[in-house]
Design a protein around this ligand. Sequence first.
Ligand SMILES: *Cc1c(COP(=O)(O)O)cnc(C)c1O
Length: 335
Amino acid sequence: MIDLRSDTVTRPTSAMKDAMMAAPVGDDVWGDDPTVNAFQENLAEQAGKEAALLFPSGTQSNLVALMAHCERGDEYIVGQSAHTYRYEGGGAAVLGSIQPQPIENAADGTLPLEKISAAIKADDFHFARTKLLALENTIGGKVLPADYVLKATELARERGLATHLDGARLFNAVVASDIPLKQLCLPFDSVSLCFSKGLGTPIGSALVGSQALIDRARRWRKVVGGGMRQSGIIAAACQYALDHHVADLADDHRRAARLAEGLAKLPGVEITAQATNMVFVRFPDEHVKPLSAWLKEHGILIELLYATRFVAHRDVNDADIDKVIAVMEAYFSRH
Ligand SMILES: *Cc1c(COP(=O)(O)O)cnc(C)c1O
């Protein structure tokens, strides 16, 4: 199958599995796992933060970050289409007693500054306490403009808010914009990074921030059941991805652009967005089901739940992209 539903479908390579097998391990809840400790130190250094903490998933890393920044009765300002608001089961409210204050994202994924400003509540007991601004980069595949990030985080700081970045795909932004990880993390108090997307690990995310924030996060991670034991096997995969897979994201971006170019030529197909490794496509409603079935028949899987999305990743190659374009062409030449 050519699986374009998400970059989460990437599988560990045999070299990555070798690194996992060879990793020295210990009990990380006791702080004893040398591979976890080395990975966390290395990542913190690369991200320009004091400390890092390994998580089983990005959802948990984001949730714990929100819980480390906010207390019961606090709120965070977040995009309507942000993962931390829309796609994490309402975890901040359900498990953290933290109220989200969602704002409509602009087409480029940003939260307009005047809307952020207007959403910050006065210090009055009628209101939840606005404590945090949460952004996402990349969002819908798009890299947030660097000058926007500086302005938004500066506004937050001026108004006494902390800042969190859901950087599940921040390495895609690093590669697409050629700006070092450190610089993209600098404006934020905390950043969550995923290794199980385009970087290809079977599991693993990490939160980076100040030592004080990570100490609070370690406590909440234990509370939500994320304290893991010999998790060096996971950290070894993440370290391997960091060392060997980041630059390869450029191939994913190139393939997504090539796919968009091929699909744009087809009558009835509208490319609504293409950035980094994602292509968002619209076709007339009546085609959605039969086209998806046609693709499946030809060994191609795509995501239709939220928007019609094709995601390039390291487990699809140039020939696969050509095949997808050809199969799409064949469908539209018949319908
Ligand atoms: C995938 C993703 C996450 C975390 O997802 P998990 O599946 O829990 O690792 C967070 N934010 C964004 C934007 C994501 O795409």
